[in-house]
Ligand binder design. Structure first.
Ligand SMILES: Cc1cc2nc3c(=O)[nH]c(=O)nc-3n(C[C@H](O)[C@H](O)[C@H](O)COP(=O)(O)OP(=O)(O)OC[C@H]3O[C@@H](n4cnc5c(N)ncnc54)[C@H](O)[C@@H]3O)c2cc1C
Length: 385
């Protein structure tokens, strides 16, 4: 590839922008196409957790080390509360920050805006309202999720509540997933993150809100519905034609809980390096991303079998033994050889999650379904595409 040749990227999410930043830092000409009119459009002020447990190295330090900005607002979370289905409360605490709460969307201090500003500062052209439908010449595909393997649905709101995070493990609220509440600086998000039962998404959201009102006195001012989908998939190859595919477009995600931002950024970095150094992208992501991903797939298969009794049993163990949750989560994501033995079983369990991709709703606003010709909300893919 010529040094001066233009590199095009489809999608200005964390994956596409991390790739653009890495390429621009190496002096390449980069054009990012973004289908929406702004960055982070599908997140619209959402709060998310940048997980800090999968590596010993701190997540923000890691970003700085790989040349990605950390000039966005963060709230380090090392202590919060979990509830079981009976409403019993358990402290969840780590000796280190468990995750950094960050804001997503086009706002002033969000992760997306910080990445955009860094990219532009390095000379990257970001073209909004520009959908990339085909790609000639060198480039990277970074268009976000293709399917809904999990969904997170709920509300954004303003609140007088104190900052913090709360989780409920109850399949009646979030089947095979978790209900969560995040509050930062007078704003919050409450969601049911479910891995099955999508057809009852509205019911689960309603139950989630009621449960948080009862358990922690959730107060929502000006609640606005919000939801999105996640694509979880370990591809055989993450290259289409000659173009690396990054982030959730490739299926790179944390199968256990959906903490996909780190995968998005790291895969963007690796794809850029593969172009810069002429290396095989499939080799690079398999070395870096495959171990934690298959490990999280095994975690997911086990988690999906636990049910309410299993969740309660684990929470009680945590309380009895005063677990350091940072250590516990870190251990969960290590590809121990013994765990590797469970991978074939996990693959079988995970594969058959969703066969029926239609919903029963009229004029639906589902964040997941793939029927008819409407679009999957939160992604720009036409249903069935
Ligand atoms: C509700 C919700 C909560 C989440 N919470 C967390 C969390 O707490 N922690 C965490 O780590 N992860 C979380 N995730 C996952 C995380 O948001 C994603 O893994 C991450 O954003 C993926 O980044 P990406 O760049 O691959 O895709 P995206 O962020 O989806 O970006 C893709 C971009 O490509 C654009 N695009 C699409 N098609 C085209 C096209 N043809 N041409 C040009 N542009 C196109 C889209 O408009 C979009 O801007 C959550 C996801 C959801 C939905």
């Amino acid at each position: 590839m010529e040094q001066t040749e233009l590199i095009q990227i489809g999608g200005a999410g964390p994956a596409g922008l991390a790739a653009a930043i890495t390429l621009a830092r190496a002096g390449r000409r980069v054009l990012v196409h973004e289908a929406q009119s702004e960055v982070g459009h599908r997140f619209d002020g959402d709060f998310q957790g940048l997980e800090n447990w999968s590596t010993q190295q701190d997540a923000l330090e890691l970003l700085r080390e790989i040349g990605i900005t950390t000039e966005f607002a963060t709230s380090p979370c090392d202590r919060g509360y979990a509830f079981d289905a009976r409403g019993e409360r358990y402290e969840v605490a780590g000796s280190k920050t468990l995750f950094y709460m960050v804001e997503r969307g086009p706002g002033p201090e969000t992760l997306d805006t910080a990445l955009l500003e860094q990219a532009r500062g390095l000379g990257v052209e970001v073209r909004f309202n520009s959908r990339l439908d085909s790609l000639e010449g060198p480039g990277i595909l970074a268009a976000g999720p293709r399917a809904a393997d999990a969904i997170a649905v709920g509300y954004h709101f303003e609140t007088a509540m104190e900052d913090g995070f709360w989780v409920i493990l109850d399949d009646e609220l979030a089947p095979q997933g978790y209900a969560y509440l995040l509050v930062m600086n007078g704003r919050g998000t409450v969601k049911s993150c479910m891995f099955s039962g999508f057809k009852q998404e509205h019911l689960y959201v309603q139950r989630t809100v009621v449960a948080f009102q009862r358990l922690v006195g959730l107060e929502m001012v000006n609640p606005r519905p919000h939801g999105g989908a996640g694509n979880f998939h370990i591809p055989a190859r993450a290259v289409i034609g000659v173009h690396p595919v990054v982030g959730e477009e490739a299926g790179f995600q944390d199968f256990l809980w959906g903490f996909g931002m780190r995968y998005a950024i790291l895969s963007g970095l690796l794809a850029a390096r593969s172009l810069l150094e002429g290396k095989d992208y499939d080799l690079l992501w398999r070395r870096e991303l495959w171990p934690p991903m298959w490990s999280s797939m095994v975690n997911r298969a086990i988690f999906a079998m636990l049910g309410n009794k299993g969740y309660r049993w684990i929470l009680q163990k945590n309380r009895a033994r005063s677990w350091d949750m940072h250590r516990v989560f870190h251990g969960l994501y290590q590809p121990w050889p013994i765990k590797r033995l469970l991978l074939p079983w996990a693959r079988l369990r995970y594969r058959s999650q969703r066969r029926d991709e239609s919903c029963d709703h009229v004029n639906c606003t589902c964040v997941w379904c793939r029927h008819g010709d409407h679009r999957i909300a939160g992604t720009e893919k036409a249903c069935g595409s």
